[in-house]
Design a protein around this ligand. Structure first.
Ligand code: URA
Length: 440
């Protein structure tokens, strides 16, 4: 078999066989296929697409290109969640302890942020002492003892995806529905959970910009999960505004604690409660309504907060941050951004706001960049809020003053202000299961 012929087949729109896809994934994993040929095939896949069967095959090969985790030593139905990535998305830090507080174990592997989207691991590492690299034994023990643990995805999981994602990132081939679906689901299949909830983000701060594309991606991922024997469902959630008011690692951890203490922004609370309720439903904890009530109760009665504290302590973090937020640190420089005209915020370019947080130091432009854990954006107003000229729109935090002025201008440009009040937008836009698609 020759890589040239595989590229040529896909370039001409022909479906690839199981043998061809296995050859490609094996060659990517063991390094025998050069990056220029892999990149050419990725572009052909991007332009010509993959049918559902090719996507199933690619996903299976990628899942098996590394370790396949066996979580059976942990009692109970283990439920995983995955977000396709957004701005201010700190849901995993809330949902993992929340679901665990309701009696369902969560053994979660997460990633770091890249580009304008943040990553769960970077957020957790803003907690002093917190370690995201536990041995497999310690990971299992922590889940058994506390009900949840979140670790950095080990190098061994879906090795082909790791290499292909890095190539896609630099060859403009990320935003392809079959490539995203196979990338996400290969990791989910290898991570060993019994059920998976997918959070497909839609809007100006997400890869998916139309409901039609988001539903296509979600349906494909649900089919891939179910085909592998995992109960799988997807929510499509709103990423046309940043989630919550905080963007940036330590700022987001503080907002997580606000939610777990019963406060915090209502959009973030709504999304987290819905995610947790769906995870509980997948784990067989009853009807959706009953699961929603369980999740709301665990937020209200402090049991989710207690679980969060236990998880932080078990992963060597300082749970003192709950009582003393100062332990998270504060950026040495800050700048308030004020509204330059009056009206209502009618839209927010969320990708641009994510880019502002990267400019301030909260994210990475390349994988090698160091991040500044205390940098970021704290919004004071959001879509739908009324503003008078001079009202405080946001506060920007950074370790130096160099980026503050440019960041303030970019943040102002990312907020559209109009005379009329915009119609409220829903946060939960659709739910996709193997049986049906509900659009809310
Ligand atoms: N997240 C992933 O893990 N893979 C993609 O391709 C896109 C988002």
């Amino acid at each position: 078999m020759r890589m040239y012929d595989i590229i040529d087949d896909k370039k001409n729109g022909r479906a690839l066989s199981a043998e061809q896809l296995a050859y490609f994934v094996k060659g990517v994993t063991d390094g025998t296929i050069p990056d220029y040929q892999s990149s050419a095939l990725l572009m052909a896949m991007f332009l010509r697409g993959l049918d559902a069967y090719e996507t199933f095959l690619l996903t299976d090969c990628m899942a098996q290109s590394g370790d396949m985790l066996d979580l059976s030593a942990i009692p109970g139905i283990k439920v995983d969640k995955h977000s396709t990535g957004g701005v201010g998305d700190k849901t995993t830090l809330i949902v993992a302890p929340l679901v665990a507080a309701c009696g369902v174990p969560v053994a979660k592997m997460s990633g770091r942020g890249l580009g304008f989207t943040g990553g769960t691991i970077d957020k957790l590492e803003a907690i002093p002492g917190f370690t995201t690299s536990l041995s497999r034994e310690d990971f299992f023990q922590t889940v058994k003892k506390t009900g949840c643990a979140i670790i950095s995805q080990t190098a061994g999981i879906a090795q082909a995806d790791k290499k292909l994602y890095a190539l896609r990132d630099v060859t403009a081939t990320v935003d392809s529905i079959p490539l995203i679906a196979s990338s996400v689901m290969s990791k989910k299949l290898a991570s060993g959970a019994d059920a998976v909830l997918l959070d497909v983000k839609l809007g100006s701060g997400a890869f998916m910009k139309s409901l039609e594309d988001a539903i296509a991606l979600a349906s494909l991922m649900v089919r891939l999960g179910e085909r592998a024997g995992k109960k799988t469902a997807a929510l499509i959630t709103n990423m046309d505004i940043p989630l919550g008011m905080a963007i940036g690692n330590a700022l987001e951890v503080s907002e997580v604690i606000d939610i777990l203490q019963g406060g915090g922004p209502s959009d973030l609370r709504e999304v987290c409660t819905a995610l947790a309720a769906n995870m509980l439903e997948l784990a067989g904890k009853g009807s959706y309504k009953g699961c929603h009530a369980q999740a709301s109760q665990a937020l209200a009665d402090g049991s989710a907060l207690k679980k969060f504290a236990e998880m932080v302590a078990a992963q060597h973090g300082d749970a003192g941050i709950i009582k003393n937020r100062g332990l998270l640190g504060t950026a040495p420089c800050h700048l308030d951004v004020y509204a330059q005209k009056c009206g209502f915020i009618s839209g927010m370019d969320t990708e641009k706001i994510g880019a502002v947080s990267v400019l301030l130091g909260a994210g990475r432009k390349t994988k090698e960049d160091q991040i500044d854990r205390t940098a970021g954006v704290l919004l004071h107003k959001k879509r739908g809020d009324q503003l008078l000229t001079g009202d405080r729109l946001a506060t920007l935090y950074s370790s130096g003053t160099a980026s503050l002025t440019a960041a303030a201008a970019q943040l102002t440009a990312a907020c559209r202000i109009e005379k009329t009040e915009p119609r409220p937008e829903k946060m939960i836009l659709a739910k996709i299961t193997a049986e049906k698609t509900e659009i809310y």
